[in-house]
Design a protein around this ligand. Structure first.
Ligand SMILES: C[S@@+](CC[C@H](N)C(=O)[O-])C[C@H]1O[C@@H](n2cnc3c(N)ncnc32)[C@H](O)[C@@H]1O
Length: 241
């Protein structure tokens, strides 16, 4: 287990689900960090396939249940004269036990696009930790080019105003974990693409709380690096949010 997160940060995560889209194989650190209080982890990426390695070295796999067709192929969805990629979802749910403390967690790896997962998989106010890092807006094979922490309007409704969609799914107090990828929130981008150590970035960011889009944001910790340090932001829904 990594040393890291303070008890009050883990308490914010307790009882909700962790949702990480565009996750690739970046799961060890998140499960290690949040398994003390989070029971269910969702990792979402269209590249997940039939052969998925057991995710976390410090956990022992108990069993895996598969829902959906592991062999389904990517298809096109027509909307307003345009075509959009989709893939029928398949979810591998693995129960895993910590070798260190015997705690059981469920790690769900969902093959599919994150925008659709956000729309369909989570009840309102259920996500206690949202993670997005190591991604770009540049397009290309391995990046989403979707502004998940933004409010950009798109012709295809499921891709539009993604922060508003996330906001509905977040608990009233939750954590957003970001390295500044794919966001229009300038405060999250301060250390994006910088070499600043996480501890230094955190020391600066925690003194700069701000309010945006119906939430009060306060930096409460840091994790490892992607495109710069990964910072943890506690978000509290404003009374009028
Ligand atoms: C650059 S990789 C980063 C992976 C991981 N976040 C990391 O830091 O190691 C971006 C990942 O996003 C996935 N991806 C692209 N578009 C996506 C979408 N709309 N929803 C979910 N994942 C997507 C790609 O398959 C790829 O695995």
């Amino acid at each position: 287990m990594i040393p890291g997160l303070a008890k009050d940060v883990l308490a914010v995560a307790a009882g909700g689900v962790l949702f990480y889209l565009c996750s690739g194989e970046d799961w060890d650190e998140l499960v290690d960090a949040f398994s003390p209080t989070v029971d269910i982890f969702w990792f979402c990426d269209p590249t997940y396939g039939r052969i998925c390695a057991v995710p976390v070295p410090s956990f022992r796999l108990v069993d895996t249940v598969v829902e959906g067709d592991p062999d389904a192929r990517t298809c096109r969805v027509a909307d307003g004269g345009r075509g959009y990629q989709d893939v029928p979802p398949c979810v591998w749910s693995s129960r895993m036990v910590s070798e260190e403390n015997g705690r059981m967690v469920t790690v769900k790896r969902r093959r599919g696009f994150g925008e659709y997962a956000l729309a369909t998989e989570f009840p309102d106010r259920s996500i206690s930790v949202f993670v997005h890092r190591g991604d770009t807006l540049a397009g290309g094979e391995s990046s989403s080019s979707s502004c998940f922490l933004g409010r950009r309007r798109k012709c295809h409704e499921p891709l539009s105003m993604l922060f508003d969609k996330l906001a509905r799914k977040l608990r009233d107090t939750a954590l957003i974990v970001s390295d500044g990828s794919n966001t229009d929130i300038a405060e999250l981008r301060v250390f994006h693409r910088s070499e600043t150590p996480g501890s230094d970035a955190f020391a600066v960011a925690k003194e700069r709380p701000f309010s945006r889009w119906g939430f009060d944001w306060h930096c409460v910790g840091h994790l490892g690096r992607r495109y710069g340090p990964t910072l943890l932001w506690e978000v509290r829904r404003s009374p009028d949010g």
